[in-house]
Write a protein of this length. Structure first.
Length: 138
């Protein structure tokens, strides 16, 4: 069995954003030479997320509105976590959207269903954060 590991860094200037990272993961898969196995993609920061869904701007807009209703940024006084950083809402948004995804690799390709893409979700931007890609297989 082979193993491959790579990190990507993002410095998103907006507080919240969704970035399609499918091409980054596909490049990693090609570099790895693995044809059958699994790829794990996870956010290495507690106020960011990795998830799979459709790459459609209306859906991304809906996510932003829905997440802001679930865990509004303001008033910041509603969160006990807000001490050094004012990001209590970002922790909750990450919990809802998830930390990681696992995708099957079949015949050297990401084995997706229709419309599926991999996204990095940022909920407390304005600083560098990383995403890990770990591939195992043959």
């Amino acid at each position: 069995m082979k193993s491959y590991r790579k990190e990507f860094w993002f410095d998103v200037q907006a507080r919240m954003a969704f970035i399609n990272i499918t091409h980054h993961v596909a490049e990693c898969l090609e570099e790895s030479g693995i044809k059958e196995g699994l790829v794990l993609v996870n956010a290495m920061h507690i106020t960011a997320s990795v998830f799979i869904n459709d790459d459609e701007s209306g859906l991304h807009h809906d996510y932003e509105k829905w997440l802001e209703k679930l865990a509004p940024h303001e008033p910041v006084s509603q969160y006990r976590h807000n001490t050094l950083e004012i990001n209590g809402d970002a922790h909750l948004k990450r919990q809802v959207m998830g930390r990681e995804v696992v995708v099957a690799i079949t015949n050297g390709n990401l084995d997706f269903g229709p419309w599926e893409q991999i996204f990095y979700g940022e909920f407390d931007g304005r600083r560098k954060k990383r995403v890990l890609v770990k591939i195992i297989g043959e």
